[in-house]
Design a binder for this molecule. Structure first.
Ligand SMILES: [Zn+2]
Length: 458
């Protein structure tokens, strides 16, 4: 497979195409990227004010599977998942804990990485932080002001929703529903209640703010993703993902900004949303006291068991998290692990059924069921062992959890950057030495136009 470290050496099965449900057209469509030589995907990442819960974990795992499938089918995939490190929730939490915003976001980001690595999630190509892209956000807002789609009022810059005739097309919300559904706060600085904030003026007790042509303040959340996707993927890209709870208003507002700021009718080809996660049939909420943090679940179950449970329902459906789901997932992972302990000559063998399930709008329940059946077969017939190894690895199901400490991660990142610098300086001998050093640490490197991405060998 071209440029793919998940299944090195395998040939791309060009006859297989991926079908994906597109929320915009509300149809399952054959995925055809703008440029097959560079597939582009943006997924909304976490707001780093605290550890992620199982619902966030589901979204990360679903899009990790999609990333793996895309990497299998296409030569190059650029996957951007942002870190939202400027937000009201972050300000409130830092104040409550009496720590600086940067300490809070640093700690929370490290926890996020640790949690998702335990679920065998591959590193993304680019992980932009909102605070490092404020000038890009200012550029989006300026472009909207220049086009008459935004206005300044009492230190705020707001998007003028009524001026956008396509507003609501993505989420299917109509003007009245937008008003009712969004439960928008009627604010004196808004021309119309449904208008959303692009730039917010600094408040008296704000720890962190930036200067802009409209005064000191900070960007609105919806502007962050519009700016960062544009920066790394261009004005039009292939897939935008996120949880179904982000469809309105976040994605609708992101889409409205991108369309109007850059004058493109369709900034995103496929909008992909994963369904929600319930706990024992109930919505997860602070008021019910049933918020399940991923880090807490990982003290009881292995990353593979949690990953299996998260993928055991189709991504578009609601997933009900329960003891019986975990019991079932544990049994399935154990049967796969029994095969993974058997000797294997390293021969790779993709199971066509599993691939077909995954290419059919990411039918992970079908793929996991096939893997479970393969594992049962392999226990009696060693001919099936390579297929179990290959497919378990592809789906991110394997025995040991690969958890890196922040210290190890910092060391690796330092070496990777040093190597990139050496390559830039054409000091290839030193770059090779650094590659070897990283290899000895079990790190696999992948060089691409954006730089180098790395992951721990599985
Ligand atoms: Zn977003």
């Amino acid at each position: 497979m071209r440029g793919n470290t998940v299944f090195p050496g395998l040939l791309v099965m060009s006859s297989i195409s991926l079908s994906l449900y597109n929320r915009f057209t509300q149809k399952k469509e054959v995925f055809s990227p703008n440029n097959p030589d560079r597939v582009t995907m943006y997924v909304c990442g976490p707001t780093v004010y605290g550890p992620i819960h199982m619902g966030n974990g589901r979204s990360v795992v679903v899009f990790d599977v999609l990333f793996r499938v895309l990497r299998y089918l296409f030569s190059k995939v650029t996957y951007v998942r942002n870190i939202t490190d400027v937000d009201d929730k972050i300000n409130a939490q830092a104040k409550m804990l009496e720590i600086s915003i940067s300490d809070l976001t640093k700690q929370t980001t490290a926890q996020f990485h640790q949690d998702i690595e335990a679920l065998h999630v591959l590193p993304v190509t680019v992980e932009p932080k909102a605070t490092q892209h404020i000038p890009h956000m200012i550029a989006v807002i300026q472009a909207l002001l220049d086009k008459g789609m935004a206005y300044i009022s009492q230190g705020h810059v707001l998007f003028d929703v009524l001026k956008d005739s396509c507003y609501g097309a993505l989420s299917g919300a109509h003007a009245e529903e937008i008003l009712a559904g969004a439960r928008v706060e009627i604010a004196p600085y808004k021309r119309n209640p449904q208008d959303f904030v692009l730039w917010k003026p600094v408040a008296e007790d704000d720890q962190e703010f930036w200067s802009s042509p409209w005064g000191d303040g900070r960007p609105g959340w919806h502007t962050e993703c519009a700016a960062m996707s544009r920066e790394y993927l261009g004005v039009s890209f292939d897939i935008h993902g996120g949880g179904a709870d982000l469809l309105f208003p976040h994605h609708e507002n992101e889409n409205a900004q991108s369309r109007n700021a850059w004058g493109v009718s369709c900034p995103v080809k496929h909008w992909v949303h994963n369904g929600m996660l319930m706990i024992d049939g109930q919505k997860m909420s602070k008021s019910l006291g049933n918020v399940l943090l991923l880090k807490d679940a990982l003290t009881q179950y292995s990353g593979s068991v949690i990953r299996w449970a998260l993928l055991s329902s189709h991504y578009r459906h609601t997933l009900d998290w329960s003891a019986s789901l975990l019991h079932q997932a544990t049994q399935c992972v154990e049967s796969v692990n029994r095969v993974l302990e058997l000797p294997w000559d390293g021969k790779l063998c993709v199971d066509a059924d599993i691939l077909a399930y995954l290419c059919d709008d990411l039918n992970t329940p079908g793929a996991l069921n096939s893997l479970h059946l393969l594992a049962k077969r392999a226990l009696h017939d060693p001919d099936w062992v390579p297929a179990v190894h290959t497919c378990a690895q592809f789906l991110g199901i394997h025995g040991a959890s690969i958890c890196l400490t922040q210290e190890a991660r910092d060391k690796i990142e330092k070496l990777v950057k040093e190597r990139e610098y050496a390559r830039g300086e054409k000091n290839f001998q030193y770059a090779d030495e650094l590659r070897k050093e990283l290899e000895n640490l079990g790190i696999v490197l992948e060089d691409n136009a954006q730089g180098t991405i790395w992951h721990k060998r599985v």
